[in-house]
Design a protein around this ligand. Sequence first.
Ligand SMILES: Cc1cc2nc3c(=O)[nH]c(=O)nc-3n(C[C@H](O)[C@H](O)[C@H](O)COP(=O)(O)O)c2cc1C
Length: 243
Amino acid sequence: MILYYSSTGNSRHVAREIGRRHPGEIIDMAEAGRNTCHILADGETLFIVTFNCFWGVSRLVQDFFRRHRFANVGNVVAVITCGGFPGAGDHALNRILRANQLPEAEVYDLVMVTNYVVLHEVPEPAVQRQALAAADRRLRQILDGQAKPYRSPPLTRLLGLLVHGLYALFRRTRAFTVSEACVGCGACARNCPVQAIELFQGKVKWRKKTCDHCLSCLHSCPVMAINYGRRTIGKRRYHHPGP
Ligand SMILES: Cc1cc2nc3c(=O)[nH]c(=O)nc-3n(C[C@H](O)[C@H](O)[C@H](O)COP(=O)(O)O)c2cc1C
């Protein structure tokens, strides 16, 4: 079984690639509903693919593992996609798995392309292509058992408490703005994994005070009308080129 959560397609691409090697059920954690017990074939590997979020994992992933249970899991292998540095993502994920009585995961970090335009810039297309090709090569090594799992050092774990602590502040939706360019197409609302956005009389509105801060709304807007504060204005948007 493969569980994934993806905002701009990187982690979904990885989940699908794993699925080509290990055919089985692929579940999008954002669409998995509530309170399910997933029964695996005896000793089956549970794969988890998600993006790194402030050196940890996002709220949606935390909530998913609070609500879902698993039976017959043999081992857990996780791939955390990131834009540059996974911080204490391995440690955060394993804490969540322990609370769910799941075995500790063998975690691999996979640098792809950053979508965190609040702090960084999405690189130009040629650089993206190189990064994604390198990520595909590394993913093959991971699946061939030729890559070393990632284990964050103690100092990074300590710093991770601070870095991930900031996530709560950024989850507030009041910093999102919609410009006049908005055409009311509703792509942002359709793509929001936590239904935090609605279209009211053709206008985009945030109906929740907090969201997952995945930036899927911002990246899926076809006219770049959505911004988060001023730092994202005019910056390149991103989506993995795969289907
Ligand atoms: C809220 C948020 C926080 C992020 N934090 C980090 C981070 O701490 N380190 C990092 O390398 N990338 C970080 N990123 C970048 C993503 O992890 C990276 O672009 C990832 O591959 C996106 O995967 P996706 O396309 O499946 O959503 C962050 C992205 C978001 C939206």
